[in-house]
Write a protein that binds this ligand. Structure first.
Ligand code: LMR
Length: 333
């Protein structure tokens, strides 16, 4: 009898406490990325966390893992699909291995002259269509975040296409970027972002390409003597979530998170240009890396050398998507 009483009391206690205990557990969103906190993406993620937690009044907790501290390139997409992480913001050059090669349209050399042209694409039909392609992979696209235009670095002055001959250049996992380096006579090496500094330091690779904000915050000025302001291509991000997780959120929470993402996107995109300009100044100030500005003739030679990369990748990236981007940006192949 005593036992029955004790069990009944225990069950009653459980019934009384459990709903409250569950109600108090916040929904945890792990947001993993590979760059430093002090970058456009790092700051955008922090802003999203703050807005998401405020607007859901603590019902959501966003845990940010910067600098590849949770997952690195080559691991994070699978982790997202498996639900080990809920949000990522990989660069648009990292969707090929997932089987969505159309994203590599963003890697085509010189396809965007400025952020305005880029935004016409990300905020237009192409941007939406690309996100639709992610759904069959169990992924939902939430936003496009800017970083900036890439520059080339090495330990020798790189001004003309011929200067790249034989250099081992680290690239992201995009075939378009591989063809870009080959067009310059360089040897492309796909490598996770977290390994680049050490690879440059030890000579595993000779150089790389990135927007200045990534160059500076990864301290590449310590291991690269020259940074050529080539602006030969764009690097930005797709903020993506595990679709099952996102669709399964209570409607009011999802709408608060959508609004937090919208405002964090505006913030991240507003600061990107200046963050990159400031990074060039900081690299100059470090006195360790010489900044090379190309002459008009050198720019024209780079453009000419890289032009064939567009045609070479037409079947991989998709003629239709390339032509839509040309139409939006006015790019003439
Ligand atoms: C890189 O791997 O070079 C970049 O995509 C890193 C990043 O996320 O900006």
């Amino acid at each position: 009898m005593k036992l029955v009483f004790a069990l009944t009391a225990a069950c009653a206690a459980l019934l009384l406490t459990t709903p409250t205990a569950f109600a108090q557990q916040p929904i945890v969103i792990k947001f993993s990325h590979v760059v430093a906190v002090d970058t456009p993406k790092g700051k955008g993620a922090e802003r999203f966390k703050q807005l998401a937690e405020d607007r859901t009044k603590g019902r959501v907790k966003v845990e940010i893992y910067p600098n590849s501290s949770l997952f690195k390139d080559g691991e994070e997409m699978e982790a997202l699909q498996l639900g080990s992480v809920q949000i990522l913001a990989p660069s648009l050059a990292k969707f090929g291995p997932l089987g969505v090669r159309d994203f590599e349209v963003f890697d085509l050399p010189y396809i965007f002259d400025n952020y305005d042209e880029l935004h016409k694409v990300t905020e237009g039909k192409v941007g939406k269509d690309l996100f639709k392609k992610l759904e069959s992979k169990g992924i939902v696209g939430l936003a496009y975040w800017d970083n900036g235009f890439k520059d080339m670095s090495a330990n020798k002055p790189i001004r003309m296409p011929g200067d790249y001959k034989g250099l081992k250049m680290r690239i992201q996992s995009s075939k378009v970027l591989g063809d870009e380096m080959k067009a310059l006579g360089a040897i492309p090496q796909v490598m996770a972002f977290s390994e680049v500094y050490q690879a440059l330091q030890t000579g595993v690779v000779d150089g790389t390409e990135n927007p200045p904000s990534n160059f500076y915050t990864q301290k590449m000025q310590e291991v690269q003597k020259y940074l050529a302001l080539t602006n030969h291509g764009y690097l930005g991000y797709a903020v993506i979530a595990n679709k099952k997780f996102w669709d399964g959120l209570p409607a009011d929470i999802r709408s608060a998170l959508d609004s937090a993402m919208k405002d964090a996107t505006k913030y991240a995109n507003d600061i990107a240009k200046k963050e990159n300009e400031d990074a060039i100044e900081a690299v100059k100030k470090s006195g360790k890396t010489e900044i090379i500005s190309l002459t008009d003739a050198e720019k024209a030679a780079m453009k000419k050398a890289l032009a064939p990369v567009h045609k070479e990748n037409e079947s991989r990236v998709g003629k239709a998507v390339i032509e839509e981007v040309y139409k939006e940006t006015g790019f003439k192949p």
